[in-house]
Design a binder for this molecule. Structure first.
Ligand SMILES: C[S@@+](CC[C@H](N)C(=O)[O-])C[C@H]1O[C@@H](n2cnc3c(N)ncnc32)[C@H](O)[C@@H]1O
Length: 261
């Protein structure tokens, strides 16, 4: 649709208007997605799009929703959740006790933080569980707080939890308040510097795949500083940390890394 120079213009404008630095995202993929969006709206190019984003709140929200994929599901990659249940959670409790500080970073529709509450409930009384969950996209956070899911989203939830913690409404599944109450949702941009401190576990899955290597490594380093000593980082299937030693991590397996000191 438009050339490199125009994309630079778009990046500058988007940063100014939304605070999102598109330099941190892989360019080819991001450009393709935005071109599709601009075409869909029948706009002539980036300049017209930027003018619209400035004045129309709905277009701005649409941009934030569209820039990455929001797809999520409960207990995504079940083997990793099995390892979390059998190994990581018991070790965390052994190290830090049952009052754990856990951050679900880029939580999308809430499937991940709600799965964390359920997984932890096998080890810790429900009313002692608190998950801090963030995402850049306010619309998606509204959906997360609403807590209503299609059948395919909850397909990986253990049967006993489906019966206990979901109410079936037509073909949808509504998560019960006793789980919802354990999660605090907040809008936050991973590219901003204000990360929470002393986390016992950070869960950040399937968002850093959209980031450039440099931005991804920067986030991994800042997560390290946000973790308590020997706290754990849980990442997505395609997001291995290659140079984990230089970032002060010990590798537990491809998806779990512990802060070294
Ligand atoms: C594919 S979803 C991942 C959801 C969940 N973590 C999982 O693995 O199922 C990616 C999420 O990252 C969010 N996101 C993208 N860029 C972000 C940023 N800079 N800061 C915070 N969240 C961001 C998107 O809004 C989206 O909800």
């Amino acid at each position: 649709m438009t050339g490199k120079q125009d994309y630079n213009y778009l990046k500058e404008q988007i940063l100014r208007i939304t605070g999102v630095d598109l330099n941190a995202y892989k360019e080819a993929q991001m450009k393709r997605r935005l071109d599709t969006l601009i075409n869909k709206r029948g706009l002539s190019g980036y300049e017209e799009y930027c003018n619209l984003i400035k004045t129309d709140k709905e277009v701005k929200e649409e941009f934030l929703g569209y820039m990455t994929i929001n797809v999520s599901e409960f207990y995504r990659n079940p083997d990793q959740w099995e390892y979390l249940d059998k190994t990581v959670i018991p070790e965390l409790i052994g190290k830090f006790g049952k009052n754990l500080k856990i951050w679900s970073a880029a939580c999308s529709t809430g499937d991940e933080p709600y799965s964390l509450v359920m997984a932890l409930s096998r080890h810790i009384p429900l009313n002692s569980i608190n998950i801090y969950a963030t995402d850049i996209d306010n619309q998606i956070l509204a959906q997360a707080k609403n807590g209503i899911y299609a059948e395919k989203s909850v397909a990986g939830v253990p049967k006993d939890f489906i019966d206990k913690y979901f109410e079936k409404i037509g073909t949808s599944y509504k998560i019960k308040d006793e789980i919802k109450k354990r999660v605090t949702f907040q809008q936050a941009n991973l590219l901003d510097k204000n990360y929470p401190k002393d986390c016992h576990m950070i869960v950040c899955r399937n968002v850093l795949i959209y980031f450039t290597e440099e931005a991804k490594n920067d986030v991994f380093m800042r997560f390290n500083e946000s973790l308590a000593h020997h706290g754990v980082l849980f990442i997505g299937s395609t997001e291995q940390i290659v140079n984990y030693r230089s970032m002060n991590y010990v590798r537990k397996n491809s998806f779990f890394y512990e802060r070294a000191d």
